[in-house]
Design a protein around this ligand. Structure first.
Ligand code: UDP
Ligand code: MG
Length: 324
């Protein structure tokens, strides 16, 4: 879908930057300073920074407090416990007020300077600007290999694959932020959900830096949970697998049994095939229930004329329309 250039009437657009933080005392002061430098150099925008403390156990919240006290355009929320990166991002998105919202990691692995280019793309009219990693410095071979493999598998089996080699470092238009905020999905996988809505999407490339300080807060367990959510939320293939297997066994078994004139083989492959097929049928119903529970909208309107800051007429309510 092609972008539509944004028009600004009476005010500058607001750019929000959401920073999820979990035990990040070693980096936050630097992050805030570098981020502020980048945002101050964006003359076309008003900006705000939103720090989300994801139940940190160190002095992160105190540090965030001092940042908020020092800067008028910085806000923060603290979650009651550690909900994980995806939950923290969603909390920040819901808190944000920007016309465009960027989510960025706290550890400076995502260079804040990339935001300048993202903001330019948004002004051109793109609703989603993902940051695509050209390289990943300072990460273990294990992390790099598993990440590369996972993204490729996900892309192969996804109903609507997210762009390869992108994480959650991304700019999103308010429309998309509202759609995500309204989503009742429990097992969030933001980067997959984003592509699903089908809004105009582009990317900018960057070299992923090494962590500025501290150690990774994404334990292997959290990483596995994220991968599982990514697969389950974006692919119906695992649910359909028994049906495929059943059909394959039935056809293969029947052919082999006929060729060999073997009644026992026919019976056993038939029994397994029917069971797997039945499981596949249940899987299809489960898939339907899952989609219903997920409650994503039936459609997203692809284009809308926007004059940010202009006085927009009040929408006509349905009852009024009926009365007319
Ligand atoms: N993070 C979070 N909650 C968590 C784990 C991580 O908010 O439970 C934040 C963390 O503070 C950082 C971002 O998510 O800003 C990415 O985490 P990290 O850099 O540790 O992951 P990695 O880059 O190693 O995958
Ligand atoms: Mg990191």
């Amino acid at each position: 879908m092609l972008p539509k250039r944004r028009v600004f009437a009476t005010r500058r657009p607001l750019l929000s930057v959401v920073v999820p933080c979990y035990n990040e005392t070693d980096v936050l002061a630097h992050t805030h300073e570098r981020l502020s430098r980048v945002l101050d150099a964006l003359p076309e925008f008003d900006t705000e920074q939103i720090y989300v403390d994801d139940g940190s156990a160190d002095g992160t919240w105190d540090l965030i407090n001092s940042l908020v006290r020092r800067s008028g355009s910085t806000r923060a929320i603290r979650l009651s416990r550690n909900f994980g990166h995806q939950g923290a991002c969603l909390a920040g998105l819901r808190e944000s007020r920007g016309d465009a919202v960027v989510v960025i990691d706290a550890d400076l692995q995502d260079p804040p300077e990339v935001i300048t280019e993202m903001a330019a793309r948004w002004l051109e009219g793109w609703s989603v600007v993902s940051a695509r990693r050209r390289s990943r410095a300072g990460e273990t071979v294990f992390k790099r290999a598993t990440a590369a493999a996972f993204y490729r598998v996900l892309s192969a089996v996804s109903d609507r694959p997210p762009e390869l080699d992108t994480g959650d470092f991304r700019l999103m238009d308010r429309e998309l932020v509202d759609l995500l905020s309204a989503s009742p999905e429990q097992d969030l996988y933001l980067r997959g959900a984003v592509s699903w809505f089908g809004l105009p999407e582009t990317s900018v490339t960057f070299d992923r830096a090494a962590r500025f300080a501290g150690t990774t807060k994404y334990t292997l367990r959290k990483m596995l949970a994220l991968s599982r959510n990514g697969l389950l939320a974006n692919s119906s293939l695992p649910l359909r697998l028994p049906a495929y297997l059943g059909a394959l066994t039935l056809i293969g078994g029947a052919t082999a049994a006929t060729l060999r004139r073997d009644v026992r083989l026919l019976a056993s492959s038939g029994a397994f095939g029917v069971q797997a097929l039945a499981l596949g049928v249940v899987g299809e119903y489960l898939g339907a229930v899952l989609r219903q529970v997920r409650g994503r909208p039936h459609y997203v309107v692809g284009e809308r004329l926007e004059a940010i800051g202009a006085s927009v007429p009040e929408p006509v309510h349905l009852e009024e329309r009926v009365a007319l």
